[in-house]
Design a protein. Sequence first.
Length: 591
Amino acid sequence: MSHLERLAQIRAAMKSQGIDAYIIPSSDPHISEYLPERYKCIAWVSGFTGSAGTLVITQDFAGLWTDARYFVQANEQLAGTGFELVKLKTQGAAEYADWLSEQLEEGAQVAFDGNLASLLVAHTVKSILEPLQIKVNGHVDLLSAIWNDRPELPQVKAFLLDESTTGQSTTSKLAAVRQILAKARVESHFISSLDDVAWLLNIRGQDVPCNPVVLSFVYLSQDKAILFIADGKLSPEDIAILNSQGVEIADYEAALEFVKNIDTASIVIDPKRTCFAIYDSIPSSVKIVEKINPSTSLKAIKNEVEINHIRQTMINDGVAMTKFFKWLEEAIGQEELSEISIAEKLQGFRAEQDGFVDVSFSTIAGYLDHGALPHYHATEQSNYTLKPEGLLLVDSGGQYKTGTTDITRVISLGNITQEEKDDYTIVLKGTIEGSQAIFPVGSKGYQIDAITRRPIWATLRNYGHGTGHGIGFFLNVHEGPHVFNPTPTDIAIEEGMITSIEPGLYREGKHGIRIENLVLAKKHDNSIFGDFMNFETLTICYIDTDLVNKDLLGQEHIDWLNDYNQFVFDKLSPHLTTAEASWLANKTKAI
């Protein structure tokens, strides 16, 4: 069945049920960023495979609302499907709801599957449309009836992590969340987000590509903890361990029925991480408190055991990156290389490292103008062959049992222009200024964002994405609640948070540059003016100096770069062959 045929069947179902517009979000019942195959609804309906977007279907229009990261990809993938790209002005905004408010008459009906829409999205759609006397039904699944070969939910086994890896027991984590609930005077809590469940119960799985999580829900009160998980996912030994920690096991499919009959006076749910179907099933007698999952804030602050594991993981990842870049430099021009083949090669180098499980996201290998697409992912149709000229951007990461990595480097393949050197140097300057920032306790992410952008703004350059995101411990590569972006927030940077610093510059049709390290927030010092923090750079991989225009750097930037590259050599050389160490010594020479 073609995408046009699928669209026609959806429209026929809409017509028979009196639905004027149907919304399909990119999500699952856990409001995940990365989805199991069963919930890749947008890809099945329209052919678009990006990780962010919303389809809206009426009888005379079908559109994909997505942001600038995916404009080029969407235009390619939507060709001939019956869907058109609608460019979002604000990333993540429900602008399609405003469009529907202009298109639909009073009395029209809009529908969506509440298992795929977050409570926040549902609230937004309803708040815009219902005052206009447009009906909104959040309990309509039009896809299951026509998706005949829909994939089943994954059956891969889950497993528990030992406290020697996590640094904190499940019992301790449950107590910490219960303490927060008691302080807020709320009786219970329902958790849908997979990374929160994984952190809370020290459980990991392989149900979602790139994220080591398992499909599950958790209900928590002061005297009860229930894990809803598919039968057979856990070994009898792991079940016994969880039982001993006060966690009951129930079937995954029983979660919704449990919520419908929940016996509690009040419950916390996270509106951004809970689907509308769960929210709407909670009895009217229960007071619903909408706030961020307590575990989200707790897991953002890494403990000393996690931090020490991550430091070692960064050495392993740095060894893989060094081997990869040495291989690439020697292979370019000698054998046929492509964006896809080098991504596979890099994964192979990571797979040789202790504790490697998977990549933490699909590698972005952007050659020439593809580097200007921040979330580019090569396909067979777009795949470039590499030549000994131009810039190559590689944004990649690994999932190890002792940590998660995310790193971006840009290297020269030959014949670089002055513009490319200047752009590279300006981005590097931003990375350095963000990395060496000293800031008062209580500072927010938007302040670090501005510090990082300052040298880039000074040249009248800018970039359209955030400066940094939180990252999990052998968990999601994008982890909240903290971010470094221009949006004002009340989330302070706290000791133990790990965040990326990744400024960039993108010249459409020419080249893209992004230099990314992960940093750990730490106590720095104090004075009569208060306590101050700074960052420890965790990522261990050389920063290419061939592209640097020293005239654009101050001495403090040159000193930082030289010190960093020396640190990289000192940490990695004991783990390399003589030839690899010699190659790295040349790459890390002071400028």
